[in-house]
Design a protein around this ligand. Structure first.
Ligand code: XMP
Length: 527
């Protein structure tokens, strides 16, 4: 996951009073809770479990959700929140670990369950009055726990049970503290969204205010006010994130926004022309177009190490961008398409630093070098929310549905040396594959589909001649966020057709293979 380094720079940040704050105790589902709350039209924010009370008071949320987590509340290093949180008078919903933590705080007993519950369980509703209002007598819920609340604290009542867990949901109605042992945020819990809506609306008294239309209006107004008469520079990549950022800023300040597209020679067929057409002709934007093909390829000559490729491309990009941005007068701001998952700082509850797998390339480094302040209007959004925004902003479908494309481009899809000839082979093969994926109606359905050029040659026979030519690997994965992925089970007929077309149409290729690895243990890109 990309992590932005410029945490201390100024941002055009939105404030949302009518919000739900989610304290993250390390659950794999924390982001899902945030999504569900937003789907219910209330803004949600994920923060670390150890957030201090003053910060919470400043945000003034209407409710707090304590997420699940992998620890036991009795563990030595189990994550805790500030105790004062339970006395703020803000309604609380604890989920799984959060449910046990709330029970423990108020004097209840949490014990190892006699039988651990994982997966689907039947939940019997005993009290329909608030949190579980409108639910049938029993529902299917998703459990994942080894501990349970064996005795409720004084003043608490059980709202639901399963056959193994007597206090599967509880409440202290006076204090508006609620807990559920199961996960209402996952799709396997039937009526899970209803439970969260009950918390948000019946208990926290939120207003439905989070919607894309008002987000655009508020953000545009804020950008206009923040930027004033200064100029803003924005790097366009052709992807949906930077496109949405550019369109919103353009709405706010028009010609004060200067977009720059750097053609590093590592993009796909027709990409530069498409971007020019969309942004200059259709959207009437001030677009600087830099042809950097030669300088990138020169620096990549002879480089085969993936990390070195990534570093060189990132470094060269910053240089080109800096040169271009310096030509613009009074530029004080850099706009970036940073998304919410990139900025959540609370994920690592264990404190274990995650290993660096790949150096991801973005415009990091520029703000410091050029003394620019950052505008990141999408810092609060998830990818699918950005796609919704793109639709509302009237962006063309080819941008809205565009699959993610890495900053270092085709260089990391060519295993080994990056040369103009090898780039050409890859572009042509990729074109065929993606065209077939589109024809089959799969383009918007899968996360990514692309070709990779391998660093080996293999023997073949064409006509009566022996050939010794390149191998193309096809990669097609499904994913919801790029963090994990599975290979798509394309049919043998489809794969056969693509293989035939590539071998027949792309000069220099005599073999096509299909990549059937998931992430983990593989990654999506090959380098
Ligand atoms: P991996 O290969 O790490 O990729 O499984 C996960 C997702 O990230 C994309 N990716 C990048 N995106 N800059 C980006 O903006 C990069 O340097 C970069 N490297 C990988 C990749 O395409 C996949 O969607």
């Amino acid at each position: 996951m990309r992590r932005k380094k410029n945490k201390n720079k100024s941002h055009a940040v939105l404030t949302q009073k009518n919000s739900i704050l989610i304290l993250d105790f390390g659950s794999q589902y924390t982001q899902l809770i945030a999504r569900r709350v937003r789907e219910a039209k209330v803004y949600s924010l994920i923060v670390g479990h150890d957030i201090d009370l003053d910060k919470i008071k400043k945000i003034a949320p209407k409710g707090l959700i304590l997420s699940g987590g992998p620890s036991s509340v009795y563990g030595d290093k189990s994550p805790k929140c500030e105790k004062g949180i339970f006395k703020l008078g803000i309604p609380i919903l604890g989920i799984c670990y959060g449910h046990q933590l709330a029970a423990q705080f108020f004097g209840g007993v949490v014990k190892k369950s006699k039988e651990r519950e994982y997966g689907r369980q039947e939940l019997f509703v005993d009290d329909h009055s608030d949190l579980l209002n409108g639910l049938p007598g029993n529902i299917t819920c998703w459990m994942s726990h080894g501990d349970c609340v064996s005795r409720l604290p004084k003043g608490f009542v059980a709202l639901a049970h399963t056959l193994n867990t007597p206090n599967a949901a509880f409440a202290n109605k006076e204090r508006t503290v609620f807990g559920v042992q199961f996960h209402p945020e996952v799709a396997h819990t039937s009526h899970g969204s209803q439970i969260l809506s009950n918390f948000i609306y019946r208990i926290c008294r939120c207003r439905p205010s989070w919607e894309m239309g008002s987000f655009i209006k508020d953000t545009v107004a804020q950008i206009r006010e923040t930027v004033g008469k200064d100029n803003v520079v924005c790097g366009l990549s052709g992807g949906v994130d930077s496109a949405v950022v550019a369109v919103m800023i353009h709405k706010a300040i028009g010609r004060q926004l200067r977009c720059i597209f750097v053609d590093n020679g590592l993009v796909r067929n027709r990409e530069p022309e498409e971007i020019k057409a969309i942004f200059r002709a259709n959207l009437h934007m001030n677009l600087g177009f830099v042809n950097g093909q030669k300088r990138f390829l020169k620096r990549l000559k002879g480089i085969t190490d993936p990390e070195q490729k990534r570093k060189i491309i990132g470094d060269e990009f910053v240089k080109v961008f800096e040169e271009e941005a310096k030509k613009i007068r009074r530029v004080k701001w850099l706009a970036q398409g940073t998304l919410y998952p990139d900025v959540i700082e609370s994920v690592s509850v264990t404190g274990a630093p995650s290993a660096k797998i790949k150096t991801h390339h973005n415009v990091g480094g520029l703000p410091e070098r050029m003394n620019l302040k950052l505008i990141e209007p999408l810092r609060e959004l998830f990818k699918d929310e950005v796609r919704l925004l793109a639709k509302q902003l009237g962006l063309p479908p080819e941008i809205i549905t565009r699959q993610p494309f890495p900053g270092p481009g085709l260089a990391i899809r060519i295993v080994g040396d990056v040369t103009p000839e090898r780039l050409q082979i890859l572009r042509e093969a990729d074109d065929v594959f993606v065209a077939e994926i589109r024809k089959a109606g799969l383009y918007a359905e899968v996360w990514q589909s692309f070709a990779v050029l391998l660093c080996i040659k293999s023997v073949g026979v064409m006509g009566d001649e022996r050939t010794y030519e390149h191998v193309i690997a096809l990669r097609c994965v499904s994913s919801s966020d790029g963090m994990t992925a599975d290979w798509v089970k394309l049919t043998p007929e489809f794969l056969g057709k693509v293989s035939n077309r590539i071998i027949n149409e792309v000069k220099g290729v005599n073999r096509v293979v299909y990549d059937i690895s998931s992430k983990p243990p593989s990654t999506i890109e090959w380098e």
